[in-house]
Design a protein around this ligand. Sequence first.
Ligand code: NAD
Length: 378
Amino acid sequence: MKKTSFGMVGGGLGSFIGDVHRHGAMIDDLAALRAGCFSRSREKSLETARAWDIPEDRVYGTFQEMADRESARDDGIDFVTVATPNSSHYEIAKYFLEKNIHVMCDKPVTMTVEQAEDLKRIAEERKLLFAVSYAYTGYPVIRQARRMIEDGIIGRMLYVRAGHPEDWVISSVPEEPAGNLPWRFDPNVAGESLCCADLGTHAEQLIEQFTGLTIRRVLAKFNTWPAYLPLETNVTALLDLGDGITGELWASQIAIGKECSPYIYVVGTKGALEWNHEKPDILKYTELNGPTQLLSAGRDYMGAESRSITRVAAGHHEGYFEVFGNIYRPFCENLLALKEGKAYEGLSYPTIREGLNGMKFIHACVESEKRGNIWIDL
Ligand SMILES: NC(=O)c1ccc[n+]([C@@H]2O[C@H](COP(=O)([O-])OP(=O)(O)OC[C@H]3O[C@@H](n4cnc5c(N)ncnc54)[C@H](O)[C@@H]3O)[C@@H](O)[C@H]2O)c1
């Protein structure tokens, strides 16, 4: 089978997301990890390379050295996965794009809207692929919902409610200051937002991918607990989704009882659709005045797109590794088509366009809060 090859910047042993990318990228045998600069510490990078079977001569001390040397090799990597903290995404992605290496970057894609626009421009000018790993949009039933909405099954959309509540801040950060906090709490590394950039943008992309709608304006209210933190830990936002459709978005890191619970509920004139990460293989569909049906990923009654990214039989539950795989799979298939000079007609995946929308959403929420909770255009 034809494969792409890739390298990773960040994501070394002990990091949160690197190994998830590694599993997701390799799950369909379309990508092989061949190089890396997994940490700023060479020792940690080498330790990761040994664990992941990467030859020492393809472990680099800096991402610049990796891009320079890999782009000069005949068998150099096709793409790079950027799995470092937020503040370095722009510099790293830009450097690899300028060496004509395709990019898979984690979210939030940059620190500012302008940086995301710049990356979009460079990728487009050089005809390079740029994916953004908005993981939850990879669940097969999200594709099914989009198909049903496009087929008019729930009629004209009227209202959307989505969210991404977790409890990780309230469960791990002391109520009073007590020593150093991880990078996510530092505006110089995380950016102008904590909760919106960490979780809100996942909910925002869930809305876009599930419904096909784009957020036009937001009115946001931030809350911060523990109160001494420099950035918000709870976001409540009203959304204008165009065509008179109103949305509500809640992102929280202080939601006791919620470990990782993104959800979405969409009401139309003829029915409603609902999804919750707590049962990620199930799409709830209710026809107006009818009983609620539970549509299960992998069943024959699901559409072709949804079934094409379901790997296990219905009821066997796919999860986080698989949804990363569902972003890597179309990205790698697109890349293989590009390398062979063929047109790509496969599934879509979140790109730098969605990454840019995410940055516009985060910035608009921050502006709304700063300016007294007013409506801000995206
Ligand atoms: N898509 C998702 O569901 C999801 C989930 C978690 C995190 N993320 C995102 O992934 C990114 C990383 O988050 P994390 O929680 O894994 O962080 P982390 O702190 O656990 O790991 C970051 C890794 O990057 C390395 N690193 C930092 N700067 C580097 C550099 N210049 N060169 C090489 N290595 C470098 C660190 O040594 C560490 O191994 C963040 O942008 C975060 O928002 C996305």
